[in-house]
Design a protein around this ligand. Structure first.
Ligand SMILES: C[S@@+](CC[C@H](N)C(=O)[O-])C[C@H]1O[C@@H](n2cnc3c(N)ncnc32)[C@H](O)[C@@H]1O
Length: 199
């Protein structure tokens, strides 16, 4: 069976095609930038895929750095955004070499983590934020298990793990204070967009 990252490598073009056009995350990214109270905040787009949220953050005035494990996604990200640096990084291993950030956008990346990996991922994020640094954490609490997935006859071990807000905060509380649930009342997707602040 192919891996979760094989899934993102093999579907990188499709993600780019859909999400460069889909503006669902834009109001939330805008709020994140506003929350920094900085006209040019340095923002890490963790699990950046093909670079579309990074593009939006840059258009909102941020200095963006993107990180993801899927090299094919990063290739597209670099082609489409030649002025944004994109790095192949695992969210479960330290990426402190990228320096410090005013904020992190983490849109959908948490679905790839088991509960026993949450502390490591959040600790790596806390490491690159100073006190008061912001985290936009985008998660989905419930749905149907969709693992493995089959695309064009290939079977992938693509994880899609639901975490409740309470479960996330069991781990996040060590490093972050909850600030606000930004999710718009008419958001039809089931995803929740929450802001946390580095303690
Ligand atoms: C559901 S997609 C979300 C992509 C994007 N943030 C968005 O808004 O659509 C999850 C992304 O996480 C990446 N990913 C999965 N495991 C990862 C890991 N351990 N470290 C870094 N990126 C990872 C995948 O390659 C994929 O691009």
């Amino acid at each position: 069976m192919k891996s979760c990252i094989d899934f993102y490598d093999d579907s990188a073009d499709a993600w780019a095609e859909e999400w460069y056009q889909n503006e669902t995350a834009l109001p939330y990214l805008k709020k994140l930038v506003e929350y920094t109270h900085n006209t040019k905040p340095r923002i890490l787009d963790m699990c950046c895929s093909a670079g579309y949220q990074g593009m939006r953050l840059k258009n909102l005035g941020a200095e963006v750095v993107g990180a993801d494990l899927s090299e094919k996604s990063l290739e597209i990200a670099r082609q489409k955004n030649p002025t944004i640096p994109f790095y192949q990084k695992d969210m479960l291993l330290s990426y402190a070499d990228l320096g410090k950030f005013d904020a992190i956008s983490w849109v959908g990346g948490i679905i790839h983590l088991e509960e026993n990996q949450l502390d490591t991922a959040l600790s790596n994020m806390a490491q690159v934020l100073d006190k008061g640094g912001l985290l936009l954490l985008v998660f989905i609490e419930k749905g149907e298990e969709v693992k493995p997935v089959e695309v064009n006859g290939e079977v992938y071990a693509r994880s899609f793990i639901y975490h409740t807000k309470a479960e996330i905060e069991k781990y996040a509380d060590k490093y972050f204070d909850f600030v606000e649930d930004l999710t718009l009342p008419d958001d039809p997707t089931g995803w929740r967009y929450c802001i946390y602040k580095r303690r």
